[in-house]
Ligand binder design. Sequence first.
Ligand SMILES: Nc1ncnc2c1ncn2[C@@H]1O[C@H](COP(=O)(O)OP(=O)(O)OP(=O)(O)O)[C@@H](O)[C@H]1O
Ligand SMILES: [Mg+2]
Length: 501
Amino acid sequence: MSFTPPRLRMAGVHKAFGATQALSGVDFTVRPSEVHALIGENGAGKSTLMKVLSGVHRADAGEMLIDGQPYRPADPLDARRQGVAMIYQELALAPHLSVSANVLLGVEPTARGLLDHAQERRRTQQALEDLGQTDIDPGTLVGSLSVGAQQLVEVARALVTDARIIVFDEPTSSLTRPNVERLFQVIRRLCERGVSVVYISHFLEEVEEVAASFTVLRDGRSVGCGEVGNVPTSEIIHQMVGRKLDDMFPRVLHQPGEPVLVLSGVSACGVESASMQLRRGEILGIAGLIGAGRTELLRAIFGLAAVRNGEIRIAEYHGPASPAERLSHGVGLLSEDRKDEGLALSLAVEDNIVLSDVGAYSRYGWLDRGALRRSASEWIDRMHVKTSAADAPVHSLSGGNQQKVQLARLLHHDCDVLLLDEPTRGIDVASKVQIYEWIGRLAAQGKAVLFVSSYIPELLGVCDTLAVMHRGRLGPAQPVGDWSEHSIMMAATGAGSFDRA
Ligand SMILES: Nc1ncnc2c1ncn2[C@@H]1O[C@H](COP(=O)(O)OP(=O)(O)OP(=O)(O)O)[C@@H](O)[C@H]1O
Ligand SMILES: [Mg+2]
């Protein structure tokens, strides 16, 4: 019997950032033509390990072999030439260039010193065909494509350089279910063509659906691996967090009271019409496809977008208001986009947490650093934010921990009405449970919560009432018990009855 070496073998990989030991001796093996899931809590080291693989970071120690051959990439381009491609969550394409220009960026074909556009187009077409995606035109500007299609362009980009390993780091957090399925088809095709895929995700349902085997990282160490079908999900979670989780959706008793946020016939950019009532002590979920107008609705409520028609009433306030006024009305927004409007990435964790209320920490014009730090540290503990120090810059945190900082800021501000846009995006399973419990406790304190999410199980598990938004129209809110995953999907895709009227 001949011995086939693994596609990838990483052994004893160490990586530190200053005092933070991100990886402490990780072993990681991937077979040829398989989907291998890399899972673990926020800050476990998944992205760092893959950045070592793709030449972004150099390991402090350890070795790597690809198909049995030593592998030491000098930089990402070198890694790409050696067959390793990484698809990031925040896509790295040039929006003003065509699909084919993007696919061949850095490896453009030339004929007699000139760019060979015909060949560029042909090779792109071929790569898209290999992925089964013939409806993407190589001549289209990338900026005009949906997030899902852009991601597939990135995959095509990996194919033209004959990638042997393609890494997907949380690829589905901005995708709708049909696009997730499309991505999974593409991933299966990649494997048929002999590519090995590393798949990072916090959705264990997806891992079960697409991956053959898995490795669990915890605190920078590999703590378990196996075949997906042979190990129950509860055991995988146990390996991830070091304990059992009894209940994904802990219920905190709460009782809705009087209405606090009332929308009547509101329209705004991206919102056709929205009427609803949110009561104190109520958790109202809004489901819908990406682009249905949910983010735009929250932005209009928060005063970030102009209201064209209709009225927004919050407690005793009505009429237009700026975000600063909304904050003073007791309204807080957790933005979906943590990079652009959520966090000040270069500022310290502690400063981000108190950002909305710095004034509370000044005495006679002086900033009381001690008090600020004590309060921020409490939130860092409460939310289990993994950071080397309270004054470490937010950009040094892992994706999920950045999200926790954003949530901590909102909770620190003590709002009466919370507008949460995808609050658990990028958050690990155990921390999600914690956030659900927080939301329940807020409702028990009489706060009103508007909860936008694309992850239907959490809406069903956490909310009291639920409404679906489709093409800018918000449907009627109904008790959550009247909804099923199926009826939500029907309404979200426009197949539901309220939408046809
Ligand atoms: N550039 C950096 N500078 C300093 N620390 C870093 C840097 N990148 C990562 N870290 C630290 O390394 C550790 C591992 O982070 P990493 O991003 O690999 O986690 P992750 O498993 O991908 O988490 P998540 O699920 O939240 O994305 C964290 O403690 C993080 O703060
Ligand atoms: Mg990560």
